[in-house]
Design a protein around this ligand. Structure first.
Ligand code: CP
Length: 343
């Protein structure tokens, strides 16, 4: 890996697979009575969140602590930004406190990349979600969750070597809803196609990038792009999906008129009780959170399918282990195998 994690595209299939295989080791650490290892003792991780977050910030902070790193938490709302301090001065102030990594979330695309240009050598910048652009660790946790749902780790003592290569080959994954505003969709598409899945984007044309198919062909490598299709009809593809990946309706990012009304959206794209009955019996449901119950998914469907078919809790808990893998690779013992640093 390079010194930063800004998008999954820069990792490629090999880098994504390596991190997911490494995640197995950190899931095992999380199951220990004391889920803590000394791999990042003496290192400091800062979380710089300029936009609200529950899952990403807590998962990164938990991951860093489980690796024995020190954590500095920056909250924009209570910072000197309110006195007019610039983004650069804010970052350089935190950096001057002696950090090894900073996790950056910002409502504008490109801010983590800009901060990476300001960072000193040896300080890693991790994108914790920037605007509509990318949310790479969400993509990793979602891909890991699906891989390990379809290919569970066998029972028995922890293996010292990876058990199997991460793969979603042969799986058809639907991503439903507000794709145009979704950094999660972009990173999930990169992760899923890198692992060989077919991805079906399901959305009204107003919630897709305006150039539609050209967006996919201009962005992804040809091998990945050919595994992505687009439809505006959830009902046409519902029964053929192995995974229904619901996206949050990002009403705070929408301008008027992108959807006619919430009831109209639910009628065409909500996972209602009627649609839930038409799912493939083995199909599972993901959602990055936070969830709008009653819009993306009916509350009763969420409750009825919870645990066995709705993987939301697994996504959150795997988010810690995947972020441990990323931090370990970026600021841990370099190319050393995890067994060298986990004892
Ligand atoms: N999925 C996600 O990014 O959630 P948060 O906004 O709570 O971090």
């Amino acid at each position: 890996m390079s010194g930063h994690l800004l998008t999954l595209g820069e990792l490629g299939t090999r880098g994504i697979s390596e991190l997911l295989a490494l995640t197995d080791r950190f899931v095992e650490v999380g199951q220990r009575p004391i889920p803590r290892v000394p791999a990042l003792r003496g290192r400091t991780v800062a979380t710089l969140f300029f936009e609200d977050s529950t899952r990403t910030r807590l998962a990164f902070e938990t991951a860093a602590k489980r690796l024995s790193a020190d954590v500095i938490t920056f909250a924009a709302g209570s910072s000197s930004l309110s006195k007019g301090e610039s983004l650069r001065d804010t970052f350089e102030t935190v950096q001057a406190m002696g950090i090894d990594a900073a996790v950056v979330r910002h409502h504008s695309a490109g801010v983590p990349a800009q901060i990476a240009r300001w960072a000193d050598d040896g300080v890693s910048i991790l994108n914790g979600g920037d605007g509509w652009h990318a949310h790479p660790t969400q993509g990793l946790q979602d891909a890991y969750t699906l891989w390990r749902h379809f290919c569970p780790v066998p029972d028995g003592p922890p293996a010292s070597e990876p058990l199997d290569a991460p793969s979603l080959s042969g799986r058809r994954i639907g991503i439903v809803g507000d794709i145009v505003h979704s950094r999660v969709a972009r990173s999930d598409i990169e992760a899923y196609t890198a692992l060989g899945a077919s991805v079906t984007l399901i959305a009204p044309p107003t919630l897709l990038p305006a150039c539609g198919r050209e967006w996919i062909d201009g962005w992804l490598e040809p091998d990945a792009a050919k595994r992505v299709e687009i439809t505006d009809s959830f009902d046409d593809v519902l029964g053929e999906l192995d995974v229904v990946g619901l996206l949050r309706c990002q009403r705070e990012r929408m301008v008027n008129g992108l959807i006619g009304s919430v009831p109209e959206y639910v009628a065409r794209y909500g996972l209602t009780a009627q649609r839930a009955q038409r799912l493939h019996p083995d199909a599972v449901i993901t959602h990055p959170g936070p969830m709008n119950r009653g819009i993306e998914i009916a509350g009763a469907v969420f409750e009825d399918l919870a645990d066995a078919r709705v993987l939301v809790t697994q996504q959150v808990s795997h988010g810690i282990a995947t972020r441990m893998a990323v931090l370990f690779r970026l600021i841990g013992s370099g190319a050393a195998l995890p067994g060298d640093g986990l004892a």
